[in-house]
Design a binder for this molecule. Structure first.
Ligand code: AMP
Ligand code: ZN
Length: 117
């Protein structure tokens, strides 16, 4: 598992690596996914490094509520709130997590199938 010293999303949050940023706050940053799976596909990440959902605890987990609030705000701003959207967070290998800094995917703009593959 990556440490925060070797983390793509920490580098994006620190502006060491460019991203197509949609929204920033003191705690969060939202940017377009580089390989979109839907007409709107963005990632909502905390500025603090948390590798996986398994690393959430009583001290850091309130950030997840803020991530969902940001997702709802972005959905509203991109006019998909009423039509619908999906937010999903993958955890570890079987779910396909490839970047070990928690992120909410926000997908919208097409009919999304269920269950996901
Ligand atoms: P996951 O597989 O759930 O860990 O999601 C990681 C996501 O990060 C994938 O959807 C990638 O397309 C996306 N991604 C990887 N590198 C970048 C990058 N430099 N900028 C934006 N999105 C990225
Ligand atoms: Zn990180």
């Amino acid at each position: 598992m990556n440490s925060k010293h070797d983390c793509l999303f920490c580098d994006i949050a620190a502006k060491k690596i460019p991203a197509d940023i949609i929204h920033e706050s003191e705690d969060l940053i939202v940017f377009h996914d580089i390989n979109p799976e839907a007409p709107l596909h963005c990632l909502i990440i905390p500025r603090i490094h948390i590798a996986t959902i398994n690393d959430l605890n009583a001290k850091n987990s309130s950030i997840v509520g803020s991530m969902y609030e940001a997702a709802a705000e972005v959905a509203e701003n991109f006019n998909v709130a009423k039509k619908g959207y999906r937010v999903v967070m993958n955890c570890n290998k079987d779910a396909g997590q490839s970047v070990f800094h928690i992120h909410l995917h926000l997908l919208a703009g097409r009919q999304l199938s269920w269950p996901p593959g």
